[in-house]
Design a protein around this ligand. Structure first.
Ligand SMILES: C[S@@+](CC[C@H](N)C(=O)[O-])C[C@H]1O[C@@H](n2cnc3c(N)ncnc32)[C@H](O)[C@@H]1O
Length: 368
């Protein structure tokens, strides 16, 4: 973990003041992720606590300064830490009642316990964890693009870098269906491509964490669901048990910023997916991860990037990260060809990171 902290400290030049964290808490008390009322009321309650309890305020500020992570990341991390405590540490019949909270006073008793009995757990998470979600539905975009470009080719090789709990490639391999998608593309060409057959010869999923490990798995559950979505945990557990049947997807635990993938993988893959991994990184590290993706793609292959970002030619990378997690169509799917890394195509726009509503991006017709 020291290694991780060093990486963050080096990565961030100029750490925004704690006031910006407070502003982000305010923002999320009004516009909460997924419009979730429990998260909105949590953020209001936390702001009230920061105003009335100088010890709690100092505790959060100290943890924020120790990490040198972005204010938004810290704010998301704080709610997820509290959700982890509700799910796995709090005991008693009503430990899941927070799902239905919609007023700040509902949180008062919980927050007292979080900053009291559970302070050590909170501190451990705020010091050591990053937010990690895994959403199979996000792989609909990359799957449709791969179907469109490579359906005629046999024996595809695909990599997923920053795969989280490795649902994407295993689900695609087993033809696990996606949830319904509202498709605004011409003649529903997106949905047609999604159903074009592909044949996988070899697939590699890479992440710095192994989510088969029970602790890492518990943390990813705490991160992946809004309180109002917790009913879906059961479905995801069932999905995970089906995914264990996949035999063509290898998993490699590796930090993409520490060691490149071994030489046999250079120029090996038809498609390399980077789904919702770059936004967590600074520009320099985004570039390093993209270069690694381009290195392992073969000639004629593609890198499919998907993130909270928009096309912007004034940036060297061709895209600008927006951190606009919740509002309209800022979660997008991009395509890059390793032979021409300067040209980034914006292929798809999604209503949000849950990927149930798609529109064509400005370069849609260059791919579909
Ligand atoms: C937000 S999750 C996205 C998971 C999945 N791709 C999805 O879209 O649902 C980002 C994942 O990237 C992984 N990650 C971030 N930086 C990484 C790095 N330097 N090397 C390997 N994995 C990394 C994290 O561990 C996490 O599992």
């Amino acid at each position: 973990m020291v290694r991780h902290l060093e990486r963050e400290a080096i990565s961030f030049n100029g750490h925004p003041p704690f006031d910006e964290v407070v502003n982000a808490f305010k923002d999320q008390s009004i516009r909460s992720p997924g419009n979730d009322k429990s998260i909105a009321s949590f953020n209001t309650a936390l702001l009230e606590l920061l105003g009335s309890d100088s010890e709690a305020a100092a505790f959060l500020a100290d943890h924020y300064h120790a990490r040198a992570i972005s204010p938004t990341h810290f704010v998301n991390l704080t709610f997820r830490a509290v959700q982890f405590i509700q799910l796995y540490v709090e005991q008693g019949e009503d430990h899941l009642a927070y799902r239905y909270f919609d007023a700040s006073d509902h949180w008062t008793g919980r927050l007292k316990r979080v900053f009291g009995d559970h302070k050590e757990t909170l501190s451990d998470i705020l010091r050591n964890k990053d937010t990690v979600t895994t959403i199979y539905q996000r792989y609909a975009g990359p799957r449709a693009i791969i179907g469109r470009l490579f359906s005629e080719n046999g024996g595809l090789r695909i990599a997923d870098l920053g795969c989280g709990a490795n649902h994407g490639l295993r689900g695609i391999d087993l033809e696990e269906p996606f949830d319904p998608i509202m498709d605004e593309t011409d003649s529903k060409s997106f949905s047609q491509s999604l159903s074009l057959p592909i044949s996988i010869e070899d697939a590699l999923a890479v992440d710095s964490e192994n989510f088969e490990n029970p602790d890492a798995n518990a943390w990813y559950v705490a991160c992946s669901f809004y309180p109002k979505e917790l009913d879906k945990v059961k479905n995801v557990r069932e999905l995970e048990s089906r995914l264990r049947r996949s035999r063509r997807v290898r998993f490699m635990q590796s930090d993409l910023l520490e060691a490149g993938l071994p030489e046999p993988f250079h120029g090996y893959f038809d498609a390399v997916i980077l789904s919702t991994v770059l936004y967590q990184h600074t520009q320099i590290n985004q570039q390093r991860i993209k270069e690694e993706a381009a290195r392992i793609a073969k000639k004629g292959g593609v890198v499919v990037m998907q993130d909270f970002a928009e096309k912007d030619s004034s940036f060297d990378s061709g895209i600008r990260f927006t951190e606009a997690w919740f509002n309209g169509f800022r979660y997008r799917t991009f395509l890059m060809r390793p032979e021409d890394p300067g040209e980034v195509l914006e292929v798809l726009k999604w209503s949000d990171g849950r990927c149930t509503h798609v529109r064509p991006g400005e370069d849609y017709s260059k791919v579909f």
